[in-house]
Design a protein around this ligand. Sequence first.
Ligand code: ADP
Length: 266
Amino acid sequence: SHDHWELDFEELTLGNELGSGQFGLVLEGRWRERKVAVKTIREECMSDEEFKEEARVMMKLSHHKLVELYGVCTQRSPMCLVFEFMEYGCLSDYLRSNKGQLSQDVMLGMCLDVSEGMAYLESSNFIHRDLAARNCLISRNNEVKVSDFGMTRFVLDDQYTSSLCSKFPVKWSAPEVIKFCKFSSKSDVWSFGVLMWEVYNEGRLPYENRSNAEVVESLNAGLRLLKPRLAPQPVYLLMEWAWKEKPDDRPSFALLLHELASLSDL
Ligand code: ADP
């Protein structure tokens, strides 16, 4: 059947490899005069029946601060997901390669962009589950957009999906996610605090020399990531707010967006 989220593979031209992701290769491509990124999905990596169900929900999410999903080719193997092309690649690499050159305005702007995309997801009652600088991408006009929302639900690799395992993103996860897998927009807010920390540390990895177990232990003791040297105090206060132990004590994305916007007006 040709539903509106199903693209005709014949209309797709595939080009160079952009990278490789959780599910398989990511290729540059063309679709209807547009430059696109095509994620090819290795069958053993994804629960694809569930994904196909969810693809239509994800296609309804549309916002200029989210990387757009144009459609999927599910009729063939490997299955392909076709996304808006993001010229400057992922945020974490971008931060690292522009070290020492990012102004306060640019760093705050990056946080604002992400908070806008996330406020939209929050208002759509959609939980990202894996927000981090590596899952945001930069467009040709230097806008940061949120990518890969909800996708961890379809990962079949249990090294990745259990909080006790090596690939689980513990360093971005709220305590209730680590302990009970309790995901919510407020656990996304925690991850956003870590993303802000990554931005103001120019792409450094959080808790660089510590194991997941050590991170869990220090969080339990009430310790948090330290203020990045480049972060102004009001910005660090927002990070600390995002890292409150109780989800209810954390701000919503709507509120974070408002607070960040008022800092950028100063
Ligand atoms: P996954 O999150 O599924 O593990 P990624 O999204 O990290 O995979 O994709 C791997 C790489 O492919 C990224 O680091 C990025 O360089 C590139 N890439 C992914 N999506 C796009 C896109 N929409 N536009 C341009 N490059 C992309």
